[in-house]
Design a binder for this molecule. Structure first.
Ligand code: FAD
Ligand code: NAD
Length: 466
């Protein structure tokens, strides 16, 4: 028999968009139900941000230990090669995932949110049926929040299966491949590709465009390109993948030349697409914006009281955007006046070294006709960077400020551990800081944050340490 359930707020998806919506709505005293087919935490916690950063960390540790073998470094040496027990590494990574997923379940319980496990299918805008282990449940709601997330894009000539894997497969390799071909030099390809290289895998990257990380400017990605070269990662640019047969990946390179890469596994990371199929979205009749669900600045869809957030509604497909939209939607449903209008959404790439970009790039400013002051401070002149062996990687912090009033309109940085400065950069942008505001704040010594302070001083024409 079908059980029926009525709720004020029905959230589809227990990823960072959905679970944050539900917790905030619960905190505000609303009656909330979340439907999640998989484990709580979504792409980010279960097979994305968290497990990938855990693997990146483990790989960096292994690489650092290996550097000490023989003559060693910094006066530290090891007599023998370190051993990798991949099974143990993966168990450690899964332990973190379990802890966070259980934590989300606990937070939802505390917010009195009802969680239904199963796949939701809609037949109209306000009701869905969920196939649970205890039978079907029909849920009707006053408000529906769509947070169905995204899935990896599959290339027709390289379908997932066997040795051809998406990020999900690569995060759970039972055995490390000896040779890995990575298709796509974007976020995932370079984050995971670099980690596998550090674990000793021979990595070759094949990218369709004529540069790696095409999202960022050339100067910003140069330190990453240098690291890849030094680490022995082969990068083929401007190459279009054709096939993978008998252990050989074939691509059409620049000038039509054939590129062949011998590989035991192929990691395809050519982007993600919103999950818009398989759950009845088409029956709801909401307007689309290309492949994404169209929403306004309150995350309202074209249908009354149907909201959509996160990866489902467009770029950037990032955890912190999904969560921020979810929190806002919960508050609007509870009667608050909110709009999604951030000055900037920080983007961080956890490559070697890391990249951060917040706000406008130089090209954005040029296109918008904004005259800017650009000021850059190198890691090579920052004591903390040098004392952490991060001074020679080509790292820097660049501040862009409007010429007319010196208000900061963009910040880009590359260097070891720079991800931890993304918060300070975002605060500066969101609070409308000028160069003088940052230059007027005493930054602790020795820290990497002094590079931001010095870049701001430089914009005013009087950097001290350069
Ligand atoms: P998702 O996290 O995809 O969650 C959607 C959930 O909805 C899923 O759990 C799914 O099972 C469920 N669902 C969908 N349809 C139904 C249905 N019909 N019934 C029931 N349940 C359903 N972002 C960052 O900001 N920083 C990073 O470092 C980062 N690293 C990443 C690394 C990798 C390898 C990947 C793949 C992604 C990474 N991301 C990162 C992106 C980040 O994971 C996403 O932006 C984020 O998870 C989007 O959240 P969401 O809630 O919109 O969707
Ligand atoms: P991406 O968009 O970052 O990069 C895809 C790359 O593949 C691009 O460089 C593109 O030019 C290339 N490409 C596309 N088609 C190709 C083809 N046929 N052959 C060769 N190259 C091709 O996508 P991704 O790396 O799959 O990541 C997906 C999304 O996940 C990201 O856009 C981001 O939103 C999110 N993510 C974020 C983080 C982070 O915040 N640190 C980390 C991982 C993933």
């Amino acid at each position: 028999m079908t059980r029926t359930l009525k709720t004020k707020v029905l959230v589809i998806g227990g990823g960072p968009g959905g679970y944050v919506t539900a917790i905030r709505a619960g905190q505000l005293g609303l009656d909330v139900t979340v439907v999640e087919a998989d484990r709580l935490g979504g792409t980010c916690l279960i097979r994305g941000c968290i497990p990938s950063k855990a693997l990146i960390h483990a790989a960096a540790k292994f690489d650092t230990i290996r550097e000490a073998v023989g003559a060693g470094k910094l006066g530290i040496s090891l007599a023998c090669e370190p051993q990798l027990n991949l099974g143990e590494t993966l168990r450690w990574k899964e332990g973190i995932v379990d802890r966070l997923s259980d934590g989300v379940a606990g937070l939802l319980r505390r917010a009195k949110v009802q969680v239904i496990s199963g796949w939701a299918r809609f037949s109209d805008g306000k009701s869905c049926v969920v196939e649970t282990t205890a039978g079907p449940v029909t849920i009707t709601a006053e408000h529906v929040v769509l947070a169905a997330g995204s899935e990896p894009v599959e290339l027709p000539n390289l379908p997932f299966g066997g040795p051809i894997v998406s990020s999900t497969g690569a995060l759970s390799f039972e055995q490390l491949p000896r040779r890995l071909a990575v298709v796509g030099a974007g976020y995932i390809g370079l984050e995971l590709g670099s980690a596998f290289r550090k674990l000793g895998v021979e990595v070759t990257v094949v990218e369709a465009q004529d540069r790696i990380l095409p999202l960022y400017d050339k100067q910003l990605v140069r330190p990453v390109a240098r690291w890849l070269e030094r680490a022995g990662v082969i990068v083929h640019l401007g190459a279009k993948v054709k096939s993978f047969e008998s252990g050989t990946l074939a691509a059409e390179g620049k000038d039509g030349k054939l590129v062949e890469v011998n590989a035991d596994a192929v990691l395809v990371t050519v982007g993600r697409r919103p999950r818009t199929q398989g759950w009845g979205l088409e029956t709801m009749g909401v307007d689309m914006d290309g492949r994404f669900v169209r929403v306004d600045d309150r995350c309202r869809t074209s249908m009354k009281n149907v909201w959509a957030i996160g990866d489902l509604v467009g770029e950037p497909m990032l955890e912190h955007k999904a969560a921020a939209q979810g929190e806002m939607v919960a508050e609007i449903i509870a009667g608050h006046r909110r709009r999604f209008d951030p000055v900037a959404i920080p983007a961080v790439c956890f490559t070697e070294p890391e990249i951060v970009s917040v706000g406008m790039s130089q090209a954005d400013a040029e296109a918008a006709g904004v005259e800017i002051i650009a000021s850059q401070f190198p890691f090579a002149a920052n004591g903390r960077a040098l004392s952490m062996e991060a001074g020679d990687s080509g790292g820097f912090v660049r501040v862009l400020a409007r010429k007319t009033d010196q208000r900061i309109v963009g910040i880009q940085a590359v260097g070891a551990h720079i991800s931890e400065l993304s918060g300070e950069f975002a605060v500066a942008m969101e609070m409308g800081a000028t160069l003088a505001d940052i230059a007027g704040v005493i930054h602790a010594h020795p820290t990497l944050s002094e590079a931001f302070f010095e870049a701001s001083l430089g914009g005013l024409g009087h950097a001290i340490h350069i």
